[in-house]
Design a binder for this molecule. Structure first.
Ligand code: SF4
Length: 233
């Protein structure tokens, strides 16, 4: 069964609370980099929430932009990997990674216009009792390996296996990445674009829809809904 997983982020609902970032770290066994390493640009996060200020008349408003991997259909990261460690998963339309094939050239990070790939500079340290909360559904990556948001591929696989076992199709909302599940105002919508009845299929018809750096032609699967204007917004 083929799927085209996509994510829409409603900037009108995002409050910049960062719950999505914490959920992503916990779900995906992402180590903390520490202040010093983060200061050198080595923050280990698959999802960041960027904040911008917009002046409107007398008011200055904050705008939050959660930024995971865009899972580009024409991904600039894939074409520069010399060992095909990053590739396009045609069954799910995901930009996937084979960690034990990666040789750490970081060409993919260099070619990603969205700066969403992170590099493992050091072996991950899990101080007690943090080691006990590691997610057994996916590996802890080693030093020298590139990593990034996978739309929580372990959850996608689990959902597909369950549906196959029960002889049915995946239901809309059954598979959800940790960030979408955790977001308190429900700003992250995730689902299958090949299901015409899914919430994501309805969402991408919203007139507020836009894509980051659309002019580059990367055809991102992560899209955004503009903030609405009006009194009190
Ligand atoms: S956002 Fe960057 S890492 Fe993700 S698929 Fe596009 S080019 Fe690759």
């Amino acid at each position: 069964m083929k799927h085209k997983w996509a994510m829409a982020i409603d900037m009108d609902r995002c409050t910049g609370c960062g719950a999505c970032v914490v959920a992503c770290v916990a779900e995906n066994n992402t180590p903390t980099a520490g202040e010093e390493e983060a200061g050198k640009g080595r923050l280990m996060q698959w999802l960041r929430v960027s904040r911008f200020w917009k002046k409107e008349g007398e008011e200055t408003r904050a705008i939050f932009v959660p930024t995971p991997c865009m899972h580009c259909e024409k991904a600039p990261c894939e074409i520069v990997c010399p060992v095909y460690a990053t590739y396009h998963d045609e069954d799910d339309h995901l930009n996937a990674m084979v960690y034990n094939r990666c040789i750490g050239t970081r060409y993919c990070a260099n070619n990603c216009p969205y700066s969403v790939r992170v590099f493992n500079w050091w072996p991950a340290k899990w101080e007690k009792p943090l080691d006990e909360q590691l997610n057994p559904d996916l590996s802890v990556r080693s030093r020298g390996v590139m990593e990034k948001c996978t739309y929580c591929i372990q959850r996608i696989r689990r959902g597909k296996e369950t549906a196959i076992k029960e002889g049915r199709k995946i239901r809309d909302g059954e598979v959800m990445p940790a960030c979408a599940q955790t977001c308190p105002p429900g700003a992250i919508i995730f689902g299958d674009l090949l299901d015409p009845e899914s919430e994501i299929s309805r969402t991408v018809k919203d007139t507020r829809l836009f894509k980051l750096m659309e002019h580059l032609g990367t055809e991102p699967s992560t899209v955004y809904l503009k903030k609405q204007k009006g009194p009190g917004r």
